[in-house]
Design a protein around this ligand. Structure first.
Ligand code: SF4
Ligand code: SF4
Ligand code: SF4
Length: 319
C-alpha cells in the first residue's frame, strides 16, 4: 500500500460512539495521518451517507439489529481492508451483555417497565428489528484486522492507521494490562474479598493482593493500563487476552481466582463464587464472542439464576 493514496471509510454500528470520538484524541497527530489518508465517509466528520470505494474501512460497534448487519455488509463490499475497531466490533462489547435476555425482554424493560419513563408500546416503525443475539463484526462479515480497546488508546489507533499507510503490520503486543501496571503482586494476609477499591488502600500493591477483583491479568493491553494506575481496578474493557480466548479450559474467573488465591488467604472457591455472582459485569465486554460464549466453562445463565436465588434467600432470611 506504500506510495498509493489511502482512502478511509468509517462506520458505527451498535455502540456508544466512543471509538469515533477517540480519533479526536489523536490531537495534532491526526495531521500526519491526514497527510496520507483521505477520509471520505465518517459519521462524526462528514455528511456522506453512501459507501464510496475505499482502501480501508474502520467499523466500530456490534451487530445488534438488522441495520447493523446491512451497514457492515456495505462496508465489506466497498472497502479493500476492513478493521474491527474497538471492543464492541471485536468481541460484541457491552451490548453483548444483552445476550442473557431475549429481545422481547429487552424491549419490555425499555418501553413498558422502564422506571424513569412513561410506559409505551415498543415502536414498530422506524426502528430496526433486534437480532436474537448480539454478534461481533466477524460473525457477519470477513474482518482483516482486529483493534480491540474501549476505545483503543490513541497510540494504538495512530499506529494502526500509520501501519496501513506504510504497508506494515501494526505493532500491537499480546501483553496483558498488568504489563504496564506498576502495582506489585505480593503475597498478603488478606482473608476477605473487598467489593470496591476504597477497601484496597495501598496504591503500590496489586488489587488482587488486597482482596479486590481486578481483571488486568486476563485483559489485553490496548489502553496502557490507566485504571489501576489511578486507583481503579481494571474491568476488562479491552477484552480478554489471547491465552484466555484461545485455550478452551482457561477462563476469566478461574484465572483470576487462582492468581488471587495464591496472593492472599482467600479461598479460591469464594473468589469464583463472587465472580459468578457478578458475572454480567466481569464478562460484559466479551460474552458475545463465541471464543468466550461457547467455552465449556462458561455458564452465565446458571450463575445469574444462582445469584438471584441467593438474593431471594437473603431477603427471605431478613424478613
Ligand atoms: S468499544 Fe467502547 S468506546 Fe468503542 S464504541 Fe464500544 S463501548 Fe464505545
Ligand atoms: S491485577 Fe490489576 S492491580 Fe494487579 S498488577 Fe494486574 S492490573 Fe495491576
Ligand atoms: S478497564 Fe482495564 S482494559 Fe479498560 S481502560 Fe481500564 S485498565 Fe484498560
Amino acid at each position: 500500500m506504500t506510495g498509493t493514496p489511502v482512502t478511509l471509510n468509517t462506520e458505527w454500528l451498535s455502540d456508544c460512539s466512543g471509538c469515533h470520538i477517540a480519533i479526536v484524541d489523536l490531537h495534532e497527530k491526526i495531521l500526519s495521518v491526514l497527510d496520507a489518508v483521505t477520509i471520505q465517509r465518517c459519521p462524526v466528520l462528514t455528511d456522506v451517507k453512501d459507501y464510496p470505494h475505499a482502501t480501508v474501512g474502520l467499523v466500530s460497534g456490534a451487530i445488534r439489529n438488522t441495520h447493523d448487519r446491512e451497514a457492515a455488509e456495505k462496508m465489506r463490499e466497498c472497502c479493500d481492508l476492513v478493521i474491527a475497531w474497538g471492543s464492541c466490533a471485536v468481541f460484541g462489547g457491552p451490548a453483548g451483555a444483552g445476550n442473557v435476555h431475549t429481545p422481547e425482554e429487552l424491549a419490555d424493560a425499555v418501553y413498558l417497565h422502564n422506571k424513569t419513563t412513561v410506559s409505551a408500546p415498543t415502536p414498530q416503525r422506524g426502528v430496526s428489528p433486534l437480532e436474537a443475539l448480539v454478534s461481533p463484526l466477524d460473525q457477519a462479515i470477513e474482518v482483516d484486522l482486529y483493534l480491540p480497546g474501549c476505545p483503543p488508546h490513541p497510540a494504538f489507533v495512530f499506529d494502526a492507521l500509520l501501519a496501513l499507510v506504510e504497508g506494515r503490520t501494526p505493532k500491537a503486543t499480546q501483553e496483558s494490562v498488568c504489563g504496564h501496571c506498576t502495582r506489585q503482586m505480593r503475597k498478603t494476609d488478606a482473608d476477605t474479598l473487598v467489593s470496591d477499591a476504597s477497601g484496597a488502600a495501598d496504591p503500590e500493591r496489586c488489587f488482587l493482593s488486597q482482596g479486590c477483583l481486578c481483571m488486568g491479568s486476563v485483559t489485553i493491553d490496548r489502553c496502557l493500563s490507566p485504571c489501576p494506575q489511578n486507583g481503579v481496578p481494571c474491568t476488562g474493557c479491552s477484552g480478554a487476552t489471547m491465552q484466555v480466548l484461545s485455550e478452551p479450559n482457561r477462563d476469566i474467573r478461574t484465572e483470576i481466582a487462582e492468581r488471587m488465591a495464591r496472593l492472599t488467604k482467600i479461598p479460591r472457591e469464594a473468589i469464583i463464587k463472587e465472580i459468578e455472582r457478578t458475572s454480567k459485569s466481569h464478562y460484559s465486554y466479551t460474552m458475545a464472542t463465541r471464543m468466550i460464549g461457547t467455552k465449556p466453562t462458561f455458564h452465565i445463565k446458571r450463575w445469574i439464576d444462582d445469584a438471584d436465588q441467593d438474593h431471594e434467600g437473603a431477603k427471605y432470611e431478613r424478613r
